[in-house]
Design a protein around this ligand. Structure first.
Ligand SMILES: [Cu+2]
Length: 480
Protein backbone atom coordinates (compact mmCIF):
# COMPACT_ATOMS: atom_id res chain seq x y z
CA UNK A 1 0.00 0.00 0.00
CA UNK A 2 1.05 3.54 -0.60
CA UNK A 3 2.09 5.59 2.39
CA UNK A 4 2.53 9.24 1.69
CA UNK A 5 2.91 10.48 5.21
CA UNK A 6 2.65 14.16 5.89
CA UNK A 7 4.87 15.82 3.36
CA UNK A 8 2.37 15.82 0.52
CA UNK A 9 -0.80 16.66 2.39
CA UNK A 10 -1.52 20.32 1.82
CA UNK A 11 -4.65 20.77 3.88
CA UNK A 12 -4.13 20.15 7.58
CA UNK A 13 -5.68 21.34 10.82
CA UNK A 14 -4.74 24.73 12.27
CA UNK A 15 -2.69 22.96 14.90
CA UNK A 16 -0.74 21.09 12.26
CA UNK A 17 -0.24 24.25 10.21
CA UNK A 18 1.05 26.05 13.29
CA UNK A 19 3.49 23.31 14.14
CA UNK A 20 4.75 23.21 10.53
CA UNK A 21 5.24 26.99 10.58
CA UNK A 22 7.10 26.85 13.87
CA UNK A 23 9.58 24.23 12.68
CA UNK A 24 9.73 25.29 9.06
CA UNK A 25 13.43 26.01 8.84
CA UNK A 26 14.26 22.61 10.33
CA UNK A 27 11.59 20.77 8.34
CA UNK A 28 12.70 22.36 5.10
CA UNK A 29 16.27 21.30 5.66
CA UNK A 30 15.23 17.71 6.36
CA UNK A 31 14.72 15.01 3.78
CA UNK A 32 11.37 14.39 2.16
CA UNK A 33 9.74 11.37 3.77
CA UNK A 34 10.18 8.41 1.39
CA UNK A 35 6.98 7.20 -0.28
CA UNK A 36 6.62 3.41 -0.55
CA UNK A 37 4.53 1.25 -2.83
CA UNK A 38 4.29 -2.52 -2.60
CA UNK A 39 1.34 -3.33 -4.89
CA UNK A 40 2.33 -4.54 -8.39
CA UNK A 41 -0.73 -2.95 -10.05
CA UNK A 42 -0.62 -0.24 -12.69
CA UNK A 43 -1.27 2.91 -10.68
CA UNK A 44 -3.30 5.80 -12.15
CA UNK A 45 -1.25 8.71 -13.52
CA UNK A 46 0.07 11.13 -10.88
CA UNK A 47 -1.41 14.47 -11.91
CA UNK A 48 1.00 17.22 -10.85
CA UNK A 49 -0.41 19.56 -8.21
CA UNK A 50 2.75 21.62 -7.82
CA UNK A 51 5.28 22.89 -10.32
CA UNK A 52 4.66 23.19 -14.06
CA UNK A 53 1.70 21.24 -15.46
CA UNK A 54 2.10 18.28 -17.85
CA UNK A 55 0.23 15.24 -19.11
CA UNK A 56 1.50 12.46 -16.81
CA UNK A 57 2.59 9.00 -17.92
CA UNK A 58 1.20 5.66 -16.77
CA UNK A 59 3.85 3.15 -15.69
CA UNK A 60 2.85 -0.40 -16.59
CA UNK A 61 2.56 -2.37 -13.32
CA UNK A 62 4.23 0.56 -11.61
CA UNK A 63 3.82 4.05 -10.24
CA UNK A 64 5.22 7.58 -10.22
CA UNK A 65 7.18 8.93 -7.26
CA UNK A 66 5.55 11.95 -5.55
CA UNK A 67 7.80 14.92 -4.83
CA UNK A 68 7.77 18.03 -2.73
CA UNK A 69 8.62 21.53 -3.90
CA UNK A 70 11.28 23.14 -1.73
CA UNK A 71 11.94 26.75 -2.72
CA UNK A 72 11.52 26.01 -6.40
CA UNK A 73 13.41 22.69 -6.32
CA UNK A 74 11.61 19.38 -6.95
CA UNK A 75 12.73 17.01 -4.22
CA UNK A 76 12.46 13.24 -4.46
CA UNK A 77 13.60 10.54 -2.07
CA UNK A 78 14.66 7.15 -3.42
CA UNK A 79 15.43 4.31 -1.04
CA UNK A 80 17.53 1.46 -2.44
CA UNK A 81 16.43 -1.70 -0.61
CA UNK A 82 15.59 -5.41 -0.87
CA UNK A 83 12.01 -5.90 -2.10
CA UNK A 84 9.57 -8.72 -2.78
CA UNK A 85 8.09 -8.42 -6.26
CA UNK A 86 5.17 -10.51 -7.43
CA UNK A 87 6.24 -11.26 -11.02
CA UNK A 88 2.93 -12.95 -11.85
CA UNK A 89 0.18 -14.38 -9.67
CA UNK A 90 1.74 -17.45 -8.02
CA UNK A 91 5.33 -16.29 -8.31
CA UNK A 92 7.26 -13.91 -6.10
CA UNK A 93 10.88 -12.88 -6.52
CA UNK A 94 13.28 -11.56 -3.92
CA UNK A 95 14.80 -8.59 -5.71
CA UNK A 96 16.54 -5.33 -4.96
CA UNK A 97 14.77 -2.16 -5.95
CA UNK A 98 13.64 1.25 -4.80
CA UNK A 99 10.84 2.33 -2.46
CA UNK A 100 9.28 -1.10 -2.11
CA UNK A 101 9.36 -2.18 -5.77
CA UNK A 102 11.44 -3.37 -8.67
CA UNK A 103 11.62 -1.43 -10.87
CA UNK A 104 11.69 1.71 -8.77
CA UNK A 105 9.06 4.42 -9.20
CA UNK A 106 8.99 6.53 -12.35
CA UNK A 107 10.33 10.06 -11.91
CA UNK A 108 8.47 12.72 -13.90
CA UNK A 109 9.73 16.25 -14.24
CA UNK A 110 9.50 19.15 -16.67
CA UNK A 111 12.29 20.47 -18.89
CA UNK A 112 14.08 23.19 -16.96
CA UNK A 113 13.11 21.84 -13.51
CA UNK A 114 15.81 21.89 -10.86
CA UNK A 115 15.68 18.40 -9.37
CA UNK A 116 17.14 17.22 -6.06
CA UNK A 117 17.12 13.48 -5.41
CA UNK A 118 18.01 12.04 -2.02
CA UNK A 119 19.20 8.44 -2.31
CA UNK A 120 19.26 6.36 0.87
CA UNK A 121 21.04 3.00 0.72
CA UNK A 122 19.37 0.20 2.67
CA UNK A 123 21.15 -2.55 0.72
CA UNK A 124 23.80 -4.78 2.27
CA UNK A 125 26.44 -3.27 -0.07
CA UNK A 126 27.32 0.12 -1.51
CA UNK A 127 25.47 1.57 -4.50
CA UNK A 128 25.08 4.73 -6.62
CA UNK A 129 22.60 5.99 -9.22
CA UNK A 130 23.40 6.88 -12.79
CA UNK A 131 20.81 9.10 -14.51
CA UNK A 132 20.96 7.39 -17.91
CA UNK A 133 20.79 9.81 -20.84
CA UNK A 134 20.69 13.08 -18.92
CA UNK A 135 22.74 16.22 -19.49
CA UNK A 136 24.13 17.04 -16.05
CA UNK A 137 27.27 18.15 -14.23
CA UNK A 138 29.88 15.38 -14.39
CA UNK A 139 29.91 14.88 -10.63
CA UNK A 140 26.17 14.06 -10.69
CA UNK A 141 26.47 11.27 -13.29
CA UNK A 142 26.64 8.56 -10.63
CA UNK A 143 29.51 6.33 -11.74
CA UNK A 144 30.85 5.10 -8.43
CA UNK A 145 34.61 5.59 -8.18
CA UNK A 146 34.71 7.84 -11.27
CA UNK A 147 32.25 10.64 -10.46
CA UNK A 148 31.59 10.10 -6.76
CA UNK A 149 32.45 7.83 -3.84
CA UNK A 150 30.03 4.91 -3.43
CA UNK A 151 26.97 5.33 -1.19
CA UNK A 152 27.72 2.93 1.66
CA UNK A 153 24.93 1.01 3.45
CA UNK A 154 22.97 3.29 5.75
CA UNK A 155 24.18 6.49 4.00
CA UNK A 156 22.18 9.04 2.01
CA UNK A 157 23.58 10.98 -0.95
CA UNK A 158 22.10 14.00 -2.71
CA UNK A 159 22.03 14.44 -6.49
CA UNK A 160 21.04 17.79 -7.91
CA UNK A 161 20.79 18.98 -11.51
CA UNK A 162 18.51 20.71 -13.98
CA UNK A 163 16.51 18.45 -16.31
CA UNK A 164 17.85 20.09 -19.43
CA UNK A 165 16.21 18.26 -22.28
CA UNK A 166 12.77 16.67 -22.69
CA UNK A 167 12.59 12.96 -23.36
CA UNK A 168 12.66 9.41 -22.09
CA UNK A 169 15.36 8.35 -19.63
CA UNK A 170 16.23 5.63 -17.13
CA UNK A 171 18.07 5.36 -13.84
CA UNK A 172 20.14 2.48 -12.49
CA UNK A 173 23.15 1.83 -10.23
CA UNK A 174 26.70 2.30 -11.50
CA UNK A 175 28.26 0.34 -8.62
CA UNK A 176 28.49 -3.47 -8.64
CA UNK A 177 26.30 -2.98 -11.65
CA UNK A 178 26.13 -6.59 -12.79
CA UNK A 179 24.73 -7.74 -9.44
CA UNK A 180 22.49 -4.80 -8.81
CA UNK A 181 20.87 -4.74 -12.25
CA UNK A 182 20.47 -8.54 -12.26
CA UNK A 183 18.65 -8.05 -8.95
CA UNK A 184 16.19 -5.52 -10.45
CA UNK A 185 17.58 -2.09 -9.56
CA UNK A 186 16.35 0.28 -12.23
CA UNK A 187 13.66 2.84 -12.91
CA UNK A 188 12.13 5.08 -15.54
CA UNK A 189 12.47 8.84 -15.92
CA UNK A 190 10.36 11.12 -18.14
CA UNK A 191 11.11 14.80 -18.74
CA UNK A 192 8.10 16.55 -20.24
CA UNK A 193 8.59 19.59 -22.54
CA UNK A 194 8.29 23.00 -20.86
CA UNK A 195 6.60 24.66 -23.83
CA UNK A 196 4.98 23.22 -26.93
CA UNK A 197 7.74 21.41 -28.84
CA UNK A 198 7.20 21.01 -32.62
CA UNK A 199 8.63 17.46 -32.42
CA UNK A 200 6.59 16.34 -29.42
CA UNK A 201 2.91 15.81 -30.15
CA UNK A 202 0.16 15.82 -27.56
CA UNK A 203 -1.13 12.33 -26.84
CA UNK A 204 -4.18 11.01 -25.02
CA UNK A 205 -2.29 8.22 -23.26
CA UNK A 206 1.39 7.96 -22.48
CA UNK A 207 2.62 4.58 -21.16
CA UNK A 208 6.11 3.57 -20.08
CA UNK A 209 7.92 0.42 -18.99
CA UNK A 210 11.37 -1.14 -18.80
CA UNK A 211 12.48 -4.39 -20.41
CA UNK A 212 14.29 -6.51 -17.83
CA UNK A 213 15.24 -10.17 -17.37
CA UNK A 214 15.93 -12.57 -14.52
CA UNK A 215 17.29 -16.06 -14.08
CA UNK A 216 15.32 -17.66 -11.27
CA UNK A 217 15.11 -21.45 -11.08
CA UNK A 218 11.55 -22.77 -10.77
CA UNK A 219 10.85 -22.99 -7.06
CA UNK A 220 13.59 -20.48 -6.13
CA UNK A 221 13.10 -16.81 -5.20
CA UNK A 222 16.43 -15.07 -5.83
CA UNK A 223 17.87 -14.35 -9.29
CA UNK A 224 21.16 -15.95 -10.28
CA UNK A 225 23.33 -12.90 -10.78
CA UNK A 226 26.10 -14.57 -12.81
CA UNK A 227 23.82 -15.33 -15.77
CA UNK A 228 24.89 -13.37 -18.83
CA UNK A 229 22.55 -14.50 -21.61
CA UNK A 230 20.49 -17.52 -20.65
CA UNK A 231 17.79 -15.82 -18.59
CA UNK A 232 14.57 -17.72 -18.04
CA UNK A 233 12.22 -14.86 -17.10
CA UNK A 234 11.82 -12.09 -19.69
CA UNK A 235 9.89 -9.32 -18.06
CA UNK A 236 8.37 -5.88 -18.48
CA UNK A 237 8.82 -3.91 -15.28
CA UNK A 238 9.69 -7.15 -13.45
CA UNK A 239 6.36 -8.75 -14.45
CA UNK A 240 5.81 -11.71 -16.78
CA UNK A 241 2.70 -12.64 -18.75
CA UNK A 242 0.00 -13.22 -17.55
CA UNK A 243 1.13 -10.82 -14.82
CA UNK A 244 1.62 -7.86 -17.18
CA UNK A 245 -1.36 -5.51 -17.30
CA UNK A 246 -2.91 -4.71 -20.68
CA UNK A 247 -2.60 -1.19 -22.08
CA UNK A 248 -6.22 -0.06 -22.14
CA UNK A 249 -7.11 2.80 -24.47
CA UNK A 250 -10.12 4.52 -26.01
CA UNK A 251 -10.87 4.13 -29.71
CA UNK A 252 -9.09 6.89 -31.70
CA UNK A 253 -6.79 7.81 -28.83
CA UNK A 254 -3.30 8.97 -29.76
CA UNK A 255 -1.10 6.60 -27.78
CA UNK A 256 2.57 6.92 -26.88
CA UNK A 257 4.54 4.01 -25.40
CA UNK A 258 8.01 4.64 -23.99
CA UNK A 259 10.23 1.58 -23.58
CA UNK A 260 13.73 1.28 -22.11
CA UNK A 261 15.91 -1.83 -22.36
CA UNK A 262 18.06 -2.82 -19.37
CA UNK A 263 18.44 -6.51 -20.26
CA UNK A 264 21.53 -8.09 -21.85
CA UNK A 265 20.02 -8.50 -25.33
CA UNK A 266 17.88 -6.66 -27.86
CA UNK A 267 14.10 -6.96 -28.04
CA UNK A 268 12.10 -6.44 -31.26
CA UNK A 269 8.86 -5.09 -29.81
CA UNK A 270 5.90 -5.83 -32.05
CA UNK A 271 2.39 -4.35 -32.07
CA UNK A 272 -0.51 -6.04 -33.86
CA UNK A 273 -3.22 -4.30 -35.84
CA UNK A 274 -1.67 -0.82 -36.08
CA UNK A 275 1.39 0.95 -37.50
CA UNK A 276 3.42 3.23 -35.27
CA UNK A 277 6.06 5.93 -35.66
CA UNK A 278 9.23 6.02 -33.60
CA UNK A 279 8.97 9.57 -32.26
CA UNK A 280 11.82 9.50 -29.77
CA UNK A 281 15.08 7.75 -29.04
CA UNK A 282 17.83 8.06 -26.42
CA UNK A 283 18.82 11.43 -27.85
CA UNK A 284 15.34 12.97 -27.74
CA UNK A 285 12.55 13.49 -30.25
CA UNK A 286 13.25 12.18 -33.77
CA UNK A 287 13.13 14.61 -36.73
CA UNK A 288 9.74 14.30 -38.45
CA UNK A 289 11.47 13.68 -41.80
CA UNK A 290 13.14 10.53 -40.35
CA UNK A 291 9.93 8.90 -39.18
CA UNK A 292 8.54 5.89 -40.99
CA UNK A 293 5.70 3.58 -40.12
CA UNK A 294 6.69 0.33 -38.44
CA UNK A 295 5.00 -2.58 -36.70
CA UNK A 296 8.17 -3.80 -34.95
CA UNK A 297 10.87 -1.74 -33.29
CA UNK A 298 14.08 -3.37 -32.13
CA UNK A 299 15.34 -1.92 -28.88
CA UNK A 300 19.01 -2.58 -28.18
CA UNK A 301 20.63 -2.89 -24.77
CA UNK A 302 20.70 0.43 -22.95
CA UNK A 303 18.37 2.11 -25.45
CA UNK A 304 15.07 3.94 -25.02
CA UNK A 305 12.41 4.20 -27.72
CA UNK A 306 9.12 6.10 -27.92
CA UNK A 307 6.49 4.76 -30.30
CA UNK A 308 3.24 6.53 -31.20
CA UNK A 309 0.12 5.43 -33.01
CA UNK A 310 -3.55 6.20 -33.52
CA UNK A 311 -5.53 3.44 -31.82
CA UNK A 312 -8.23 3.26 -34.47
CA UNK A 313 -8.88 -0.50 -34.63
CA UNK A 314 -11.05 -1.88 -31.83
CA UNK A 315 -10.00 -5.19 -30.30
CA UNK A 316 -7.49 -6.97 -28.11
CA UNK A 317 -4.20 -6.56 -29.96
CA UNK A 318 -1.17 -8.59 -28.98
CA UNK A 319 1.86 -6.49 -28.06
CA UNK A 320 5.05 -8.43 -27.40
CA UNK A 321 8.72 -9.10 -27.96
CA UNK A 322 9.10 -10.93 -31.27
CA UNK A 323 11.84 -13.26 -30.02
CA UNK A 324 9.66 -16.28 -29.42
CA UNK A 325 11.79 -17.49 -26.52
CA UNK A 326 11.08 -14.18 -24.80
CA UNK A 327 7.34 -14.86 -24.70
CA UNK A 328 7.87 -17.93 -22.55
CA UNK A 329 8.41 -18.39 -18.86
CA UNK A 330 10.83 -20.66 -17.01
CA UNK A 331 11.35 -24.27 -18.18
CA UNK A 332 11.75 -23.10 -21.76
CA UNK A 333 15.38 -24.16 -21.94
CA UNK A 334 17.28 -27.44 -22.08
CA UNK A 335 14.27 -29.35 -23.40
CA UNK A 336 15.23 -31.47 -26.44
CA UNK A 337 13.22 -31.00 -29.64
CA UNK A 338 10.83 -33.94 -29.81
CA UNK A 339 8.65 -32.90 -32.76
CA UNK A 340 8.08 -35.91 -35.01
CA UNK A 341 9.45 -38.42 -32.52
CA UNK A 342 6.92 -41.15 -31.84
CA UNK A 343 7.25 -42.03 -28.18
CA UNK A 344 4.24 -44.28 -27.91
CA UNK A 345 6.05 -47.58 -27.61
CA UNK A 346 8.65 -46.22 -25.24
CA UNK A 347 6.09 -44.31 -23.18
CA UNK A 348 4.08 -47.47 -22.71
CA UNK A 349 7.12 -49.33 -21.41
CA UNK A 350 8.13 -46.50 -19.08
CA UNK A 351 4.54 -46.16 -17.85
CA UNK A 352 4.76 -49.70 -16.52
CA UNK A 353 7.55 -48.52 -14.24
CA UNK A 354 6.43 -44.92 -13.64
CA UNK A 355 2.61 -44.68 -13.86
CA UNK A 356 2.49 -40.86 -14.28
CA UNK A 357 5.13 -40.72 -17.03
CA UNK A 358 4.32 -38.08 -19.61
CA UNK A 359 6.07 -37.41 -22.93
CA UNK A 360 6.67 -33.75 -23.63
CA UNK A 361 6.80 -32.06 -26.97
CA UNK A 362 6.26 -34.79 -29.56
CA UNK A 363 3.51 -32.78 -31.28
CA UNK A 364 5.08 -29.38 -30.61
CA UNK A 365 5.06 -27.67 -27.24
CA UNK A 366 1.47 -26.36 -27.25
CA UNK A 367 0.41 -29.24 -25.00
CA UNK A 368 2.50 -27.61 -22.30
CA UNK A 369 0.08 -24.70 -22.07
CA UNK A 370 -2.90 -26.79 -21.12
CA UNK A 371 -1.17 -29.67 -19.40
CA UNK A 372 -2.03 -30.07 -15.75
CA UNK A 373 1.52 -30.77 -14.73
CA UNK A 374 2.54 -30.46 -11.11
CA UNK A 375 4.72 -27.32 -10.90
CA UNK A 376 7.18 -26.60 -8.14
CA UNK A 377 6.12 -23.99 -5.63
CA UNK A 378 6.68 -20.37 -6.69
CA UNK A 379 6.77 -20.64 -10.46
CA UNK A 380 4.43 -20.10 -13.38
CA UNK A 381 3.86 -22.33 -16.41
CA UNK A 382 6.14 -21.91 -19.42
CA UNK A 383 3.25 -20.73 -21.56
CA UNK A 384 -0.16 -19.93 -20.21
CA UNK A 385 -2.80 -17.21 -19.97
CA UNK A 386 -6.47 -17.97 -20.45
CA UNK A 387 -7.99 -16.09 -23.37
CA UNK A 388 -11.58 -16.08 -24.60
CA UNK A 389 -10.75 -18.93 -27.03
CA UNK A 390 -8.47 -21.03 -24.81
CA UNK A 391 -4.87 -20.77 -23.70
CA UNK A 392 -2.92 -17.86 -25.17
CA UNK A 393 0.22 -20.05 -24.90
CA UNK A 394 2.41 -17.13 -23.98
CA UNK A 395 4.60 -16.00 -21.12
CA UNK A 396 7.33 -13.44 -20.53
CA UNK A 397 7.27 -10.25 -22.59
CA UNK A 398 3.66 -10.37 -23.77
CA UNK A 399 0.70 -8.10 -23.20
CA UNK A 400 -2.17 -6.57 -25.14
CA UNK A 401 -3.28 -3.15 -26.28
CA UNK A 402 -7.05 -3.14 -25.68
CA UNK A 403 -8.83 -0.60 -27.89
CA UNK A 404 -12.45 0.13 -26.93
CA UNK A 405 -15.06 2.63 -28.03
CA UNK A 406 -16.61 2.62 -24.56
CA UNK A 407 -13.36 3.26 -22.64
CA UNK A 408 -13.77 6.63 -20.88
CA UNK A 409 -11.05 9.27 -21.20
CA UNK A 410 -8.66 8.81 -18.30
CA UNK A 411 -9.98 5.32 -17.51
CA UNK A 412 -7.11 2.82 -17.50
CA UNK A 413 -9.09 -0.14 -16.14
CA UNK A 414 -9.20 -3.44 -18.02
CA UNK A 415 -12.40 -3.63 -20.10
CA UNK A 416 -12.33 -7.47 -20.28
CA UNK A 417 -12.19 -9.49 -23.50
CA UNK A 418 -13.16 -7.93 -26.81
CA UNK A 419 -16.62 -8.90 -28.11
CA UNK A 420 -16.10 -9.53 -31.80
CA UNK A 421 -18.85 -8.41 -34.18
CA UNK A 422 -20.60 -11.32 -35.96
CA UNK A 423 -18.61 -12.62 -38.93
CA UNK A 424 -15.29 -11.13 -37.76
CA UNK A 425 -13.68 -14.18 -36.16
CA UNK A 426 -11.69 -16.84 -38.03
CA UNK A 427 -13.72 -20.01 -38.14
CA UNK A 428 -13.39 -23.68 -39.01
CA UNK A 429 -14.00 -24.74 -42.61
CA UNK A 430 -16.39 -27.68 -42.52
CA UNK A 431 -16.60 -28.45 -46.29
CA UNK A 432 -14.57 -30.89 -48.36
CA UNK A 433 -10.88 -30.22 -49.04
CA UNK A 434 -9.58 -30.46 -52.64
CA UNK A 435 -6.53 -32.62 -53.39
CA UNK A 436 -3.40 -30.44 -53.28
CA UNK A 437 -1.83 -29.74 -56.70
CA UNK A 438 1.85 -30.66 -56.80
CA UNK A 439 4.51 -29.34 -59.12
CA UNK A 440 7.69 -30.78 -60.60
CA UNK A 441 10.57 -29.19 -62.50
CA UNK A 442 10.51 -29.43 -66.32
CA UNK A 443 13.78 -31.36 -66.37
CA UNK A 444 13.37 -35.14 -66.34
CA UNK A 445 13.26 -35.97 -62.71
CA UNK A 446 13.63 -39.75 -62.73
CA UNK A 447 16.76 -39.99 -64.84
CA UNK A 448 19.79 -40.73 -62.76
CA UNK A 449 22.15 -37.80 -62.46
CA UNK A 450 19.73 -35.29 -63.98
CA UNK A 451 20.18 -31.79 -62.69
CA UNK A 452 17.33 -29.27 -62.96
CA UNK A 453 18.25 -26.62 -65.54
CA UNK A 454 19.09 -23.17 -64.36
CA UNK A 455 16.00 -21.07 -64.58
CA UNK A 456 13.61 -23.97 -65.04
CA UNK A 457 10.33 -23.27 -63.35
CA UNK A 458 7.85 -25.72 -61.89
CA UNK A 459 5.06 -25.69 -64.43
CA UNK A 460 3.32 -29.00 -64.67
CA UNK A 461 1.10 -30.67 -62.16
CA UNK A 462 1.93 -34.35 -61.82
CA UNK A 463 0.28 -36.99 -59.69
CA UNK A 464 2.20 -37.51 -56.49
CA UNK A 465 2.87 -41.19 -57.29
CA UNK A 466 5.23 -40.05 -60.10
CA UNK A 467 7.33 -38.10 -57.67
CA UNK A 468 10.68 -39.70 -56.99
CA UNK A 469 13.79 -38.53 -55.18
CA UNK A 470 17.31 -39.63 -56.05
CA UNK A 471 19.76 -39.65 -53.20
CA UNK A 472 23.46 -40.12 -53.77
CA UNK A 473 25.51 -40.80 -50.71
CA UNK A 474 29.12 -39.62 -50.68
CA UNK A 475 31.62 -42.37 -49.92
CA UNK A 476 34.03 -42.04 -47.07
CA UNK A 477 37.04 -41.44 -49.42
CA UNK A 478 35.23 -39.01 -51.63
CA UNK A 479 35.03 -41.29 -54.76
CA UNK A 480 31.78 -42.62 -56.32
CU1 LIG B 1 12.84 -10.03 -26.28
Amino acid sequence: MQTRRNFLSGAGSIAAATSIASVSSVAMAALPEPVMQTKPDTMPPLVPNTGRPYNPVVTLNGWTLPWRMNQGVKEFHLVAEPVVREMAPGMKAHLWGYNGQSPGPTIEVVEGDRVRIFVTNKLPEHTSIHWHGQRLPNGMDGVSGLNQPPIHPGKTFVYEFIARRPGTFMYHPHADEMTQMAMGMMGFWVTHPKVKNPLIDDVDRDFCFLLNAYDIDPGAYTPKIMTMLDFNLWSWNSRIFPGIDSLNVRLNDRVRIRIGNLTMTNHPIHLHGHEFLVTGTDGGPTPKSSRQYEVTQDIAVGQMRQIEFLADEPGDWAFHCHKSHHTMNAMGHDVPTMIGVDHRGMAKKIAKLIPDYMVMGERGMADMAEMEMPLPENTVPMMTGDGPFGSVEMGGMFSMVKVRKEQKPGDYSNPGWYKHPPGEVAFEWKGALPEPARFAADAPSTQQGAVPQRGSMPSKAVPKTDFEVQIRKPTSHGKH
